[in-house]
Design a protein around this ligand. Structure first.
Ligand code: PHE
Length: 342
């Protein structure tokens, strides 16, 4: 018996063979286990010799199995070390790194420039109530500006006769929210997505604006002008820039001005600060007293200026991109062409 099992163990080729041997010899119905059960039928004399002999045999087979199991494991490891190797001199596979979308890049640039002038970033929801998007900004229900804005309205639940929420048509509602939350004095910009139902080479139904709002004592258009000049110089990276304030009208500012920058177009390339052309870049003005009131600000103590501009438009101008829609096509060839992707 001993000879048979030790020989089988030595010949076993793998774990499974070892396990089969263990079951055959020492399992519940194994040959040796059965013999041990027979001890009960023996005379006491027979038992004193057979008992220890069987126990010793059982131990011997168990340790032979364990030793063989360890030897098989070592051999397997050596085989892997021999077979699985790696040529560390092969060149690596190229990996393309992701890049920040140009609109996000420009948003970051704009944010950094205003941060240097003490403006922090504020945010508001893209689905906005009718009140924040319009009424609070002095655009009451019948006002023509509502129709001009090409507003997207949210569906209402049946029986709900409150004015429907809208996809915000501009970032100006963030003015109201921030005034209510933080009070005066205040210096914030609010970059973000806005929506209007419009689509052509220079309009997409979703686009980006950045709002600016400053509240303080003794603020005037002069402060607005300085801030905007500083911004344009930093953004377009020019030493001198000439701004033109054109009288205009927004319900939420009084007086209101649209701002143009002096520029020239040479071979489709924009040059800021020189030439005989004017390029409109933003709307602005002194915050209307009704708007201050909606934001909970005392108009006798505080004045404010505000401005709003299109981030996508700034990006088109800075990088010489003719079609706004391409920004949102996710076409890698286009992004690479303009150096926005690797
Ligand atoms: N909200 C205006 C627009 O979307 C821009 C604006 C903002 C004008 C703040 C004046 C002051 O056209």
């Amino acid at each position: 018996l001993r000879q048979k099992y030790l020989a089988a163990t030595a010949d076993a080729a793998d774990e499974a063979a070892l396990e089969a041997i263990r079951v055959q010899a020492l399992g519940k119905k194994g040959e040796i286990s059965l013999k041990m059960r027979e001890l009960g039928k023996m005379t006491p004399e027979e038992r004193t010799t057979a008992g220890p002999a069987l126990n010793a045999l059982k131990d011997e087979i168990n340790s032979a199995l364990a030793a063989k199991r360890a030897a098989l494991g070592d051999a397997a490891l050596e085989a892997r070390l021999r077979d699985e190797w790696l040529d560390v001199t092969l060149p690596g596979r190229p990996r393309r790194t992701g890049t920040i979308h140009p609109i996000s890049q420009v948003t970051e640039e704009v944010t950094a420039i205003f941060a240097d002038m003490g403006f922090s970033v504020a945010e508001g929801p893209q689905i906005e109530s009718d009140w924040f998007n319009f009424d609070a900004l002095n655009i009451p229900g019948h006002h023509p500006a509502r129709a001009e804005m090409d507003t997207f309205y949210m569906a209402r639940a049946e029986g709900d006769d409150r004015p429907p929420h809208v996809l915000r048509t501009h970032t100006s509602p963030v003015q109201i929210r921030t005034m209510q939350e933080r009070g005066a004095p205040l210096r914030i910009i609010a970059p973000g997505r806005v929506y209007r139902c419009d689509y052509d080479q220079t309009h997409t139904p979703m686009f980006h604006q950045v709002e600016g709002l400053a509240l303080d004592k003794d603020l005037s258009m002069a402060n607005l002008k300085w801030v905007l000049e500083e911004f344009v110089r930093a953004f377009f990276e020019v030493d001198e820039v000439e701004l033109r304030f054109r009288a205009s009208h927004f319900p939420f500012t009084e007086p209101s001005a649209e701002v143009d920058i002096r520029c020239s177009w040479e071979g489709g390339q924009l040059r800021v600060g020189e030439g005989d052309d004017w390029l409109e870049i933003l709307g602005s003005g002194m915050v209307h007293p009704k708007v201050l009131a909606a934001g909970g600000i005392d108009a006798d103590t505080w004045q404010g200026f505000a401005f709003g501009m299109g981030i996508d438009r700034l990006a088109m101008l800075k990088y010489g991109i003719p079609d706004l829609r391409a920004f949102f096509d996710s076409d890698l060839r286009w992004l690479r062409h303009y150096g926005f992707a690797s």
